[in-house]
Design a binder for this molecule. Structure first.
Ligand code: NCD
Ligand code: ZN
Length: 485
C-alpha cells in the first residue's frame, strides 16, 4: 500500500479561498479519495473525504480526478521572431485547455536564446500574455560555448543541443570537438543538457546518395532511425567520459529506447523523453496524411510505437513532452523538400496519451494510468528541471496548480477547438477519452470547459533551483580553460 499524501493541519484560521472536495487525488504513488484546500495561490491542505473546512468557494469534484497541474517541458512558443507560427497568448491557452499549468520553452527562436542575459528580455516580452507559468531552456551556440558558464537556474533550466536541424532549427553543433567541449562544460558548471539527438552527418550522407524525399512515403527512410541511433550512441559515450547529465528528447525508435535504458541501468546520468505524436502515429500516417505528420525525428513503425508505449507504461521513459512546434498551414503546404517539420501538441498531450493508454491497455486500472501520468508529466519534469519546490505535486505549500479530469467523457477533436495560433491539429477527427473540465494555476481558474472561458494571463517566470551539483573541475577553472583556447 503506497503511503498517503502529506496531511498537515493548516494553522491559519478563517475560511480558505477554495476547497475542492469529493474527488480522487492523483499522485505518482497512487490515487486517494479526497480533496484539497487553497489559500493565497498555494495548496493549504490535502483533505480526507470527510473534511470540509469553511471556504469562500467550493468545487464538488464527484466523479472527477484531481491531477497535479501538468508540466510540459518541451514547447516552442516561437517568441521572439517567429510569432506568425505561435505566440504566448495562443500557446498558453492551448496549454490551459490541455491541463498544463507550466511550460518550459525552447530556444530556437529568431534570434535564438543563446545568451543567458537575454532571458530577462524574453521574460519581459512574455509578461502579461501567458496564462501558464514558465521557464526556459538555453540554446548552445557552437561559436560561443563560454556563454554556458554564465547560466544560472534563474535564466535557464537546461542547455539544449541540436545535433541535427532544419530551417526552424538551424543552429546545429556539428563538430565533434565542439560537442565534446559542450559536454565537458555542462558537466563542470552543473547544467543538464537536453538533446535533439539525431546525427546530421548521417542525414547528409543519405541525402547525397538518394536525394531528399519527394513524396511523404519516402520521408521516414530519408530521416531514418540510423540518425537517432548514431547520435544516441555518441551522447552515451560523451556522458560516460564527462559525467554530463543528459536528457534525450523525443526518442522515436525501439533501438534508442533500449540503448538509453541500458545506459541508465549502467548508472549513467541519462534520461529520455517521448512525445504524444510518436505514441499516436506511425510512418504509414506520414505517408497518408503528409505534412502534418512530418516530424523531426520522423514518426517510425508500429513496432517502435509498441516499444515506446511499453516504456511509458512500465518505466524507462522519464518525461512526456509535447514538442509543441507549430507551423502555419501555408508553410506546411510547401513542396515536400521545403515543408517544415513540427506540429502543435500542448493542448493534445493529455487527451492523446490518456486515450492511447486506454486503447492499448484497456485492462489496466485507470488509477494506475493516471498515477503514471502524474509522474511523467508533473513530478518528474519538476524534479529534473529544478522546480519541484513549487510545482509537480499536490502537497501543502506548493502552488495550487491542478486539473479536474472527467475520465469517461468522450469527445471529438475538431479544428475549431484548436487554441494554438496555427489553427490546425494532427488529431482532427480523433475521438478522445477523458476531458479536462477545469485547469487551475496558483488557485486561479485559467480554463473552464463548461463556460469556455480563460483566466487572466498572469503567468510567472519561475525561479528554478539547481537540479545538479557541479562536479570538478570548478566553474572558474572551466572558464579559465575556455578563455585560454
Ligand atoms: C521543431 C521546431 O519546429 O522547432 N520541429 C520538430 O519537428 N520537432 C524543432 C526540432 O526539434 O527539430
Ligand atoms: Zn527536436
Amino acid at each position: 500500500m503506497p503511503h498517503q499524501p502529506d496531511h498537515t493541519g493548516s494553522d491559519v484560521t478563517g475560511p480558505v479561498d477554495l476547497v475542492v472536495m469529493n474527488g480522487r487525488l492523483v499522485t505518482p504513488e497512487g490515487v486517494y479519495p479526497g480533496g484539497l484546500s487553497v489559500r493565497e495561490g498555494a495548496v493549504a491542505d490535502i483533505l480526507r473525504p470527510d473534511e470540509h473546512p469553511p471556504a469562500h468557494r467550493v468545487i464538488d469534484a464527484a466523479g472527477r480526478y484531481i491531477l497535479p497541474g501538468l508540466i510540459d517541458s518541451h514547447v516552442h512558443f516561437r517568441t521572439p521572431g517567429l510569432t506568425h507560427k505561435e505566440d504566448w497568448a495562443h500557446g498558453s491557452r492551448a496549454a490551459a485547455v490541455g491541463g498544463i499549468t507550466t511550460v518550459i520553452d525552447m530556444p530556437n527562436t529568431m534570434p535564438p536564446l543563446f545568451d543567458p542575459a537575454d532571458a530577462h528580455a524574453k521574460a519581459a516580452e512574455i509578461a502579461g500574455t501567458s496564462l501558464v507559468d514558465f521557464c526556459f531552456h538555453l540554446g548552445v551556440d557552437e561559436a560561443r560555448p563560454e556563454l554556458l558558464t554564465d547560466v544560472t537556474p534563474r535564466e535557464a533550466v537546461s542547455a539544449k543541443v541540436f545535433m541535427a536541424g532544419h530551417h526552424t532549427a538551424p543552429h546545429v553543433i556539428r563538430s565533434p570537438d565542439a560537442l565534446t567541449r559542450v559536454f565537458a562544460t555542462a558537466a563542470a558548471v552543473g547544467i543538464r543538457l537536453v538533446l535533439h539527438a539525431e546525427d546530421d552527418a548521417v542525414f547528409a550522407l543519405l541525402d547525397g546518395w538518394s536525394g531528399p524525399a519527394r513524396e511523404y512515403r519516402d520521408y521516414e527512410s530519408r530521416r531514418p532511425r540510423t540518425g537517432g541511433i548514431v547520435a544516441v550512441a555518441k551522447v552515451i559515450e560523451l556522458v560516460r567520459r564527462h559525467g554530463t547529465a543528459a536528457h534525450v528528447l523525443h526518442v522515436s525508435s525501439a533501438e534508442e529506447v533500449d540503448l538509453l535504458s541500458a545506459a541508465a541501468h549502467a548508472g549513467l546520468p541519462v534520461t529520455f523523453e517521448v512525445t504524444p505524436h510518436h505514441l499516436s502515429f506511425t510512418a504509414a500516417d506520414t505517408a497518408r496524411l503528409g505534412a502534418r505528420i512530418r516530424l523531426s525525428p520522423a514518426i517510425r513503425q508500429e513496432a517502435d510505437q509498441r516499444r515506446l508505449w511499453a516504456a511509458v507504461r512500465n518505466g524507462g521513459v522519464t518525461t512526456i513532452g509535447s514538442d509543441h512546434a507549430p507551423h502555419t498551414r501555408t508553410e506546411k503546404s510547401r513542396p515536400v523538400s521545403e515543408a517544415p517539420p513540427g506540429l502543435p501538441g500542448v493542448q493534445e498531450l493529455l487527451p492523446a496519451v490518456f486515450t492511447g493508454l486506454r486503447r492499448h491497455f484497456p485492462h489496466d486500472p485507470v488509477d494506475r494510468q493516471l498515477s503514471r501520468l502524474a509522474d511523467l508529466v508533473a513530478a518528474a519534469p519538476a524534479a529534473l528541471f529544478g522546480i519541484a519546490g513549487r510545482k509537480g505535486r499536490l502537497a501543502p505549500g506548493l502552488d495550487a496548480d491542478f486539473v479536474l479530469l472527467d475520465p469517461s467523457a468522450t469527445w471529438m477533436m475538431r479544428a475549431e477547438d484548436v487554441a494554438a495560433k496555427c489553427g490546425w491539429s494532427a488529431y482532427e477527427g480523433w475521438t478522445m477519452t477523458g476531458r479536462v473540465e477545469l485547469t487551475v494555476r496558483r488557485g486561479e481558474v485559467i480554463w473552464d470547459h463548461e463556460h469556455r472561458t480563460f483566466g487572466t494571463p498572469s503567468g510567472q517566470w519561475l525561479h528554478a533551483s539547481p537540479s545538479l551539483h557541479p562536479s570538478s573541475p570548478t566553474t572558474a577553472a572551466v572558464r579559465g580553460e575556455l578563455s585560454a583556447d
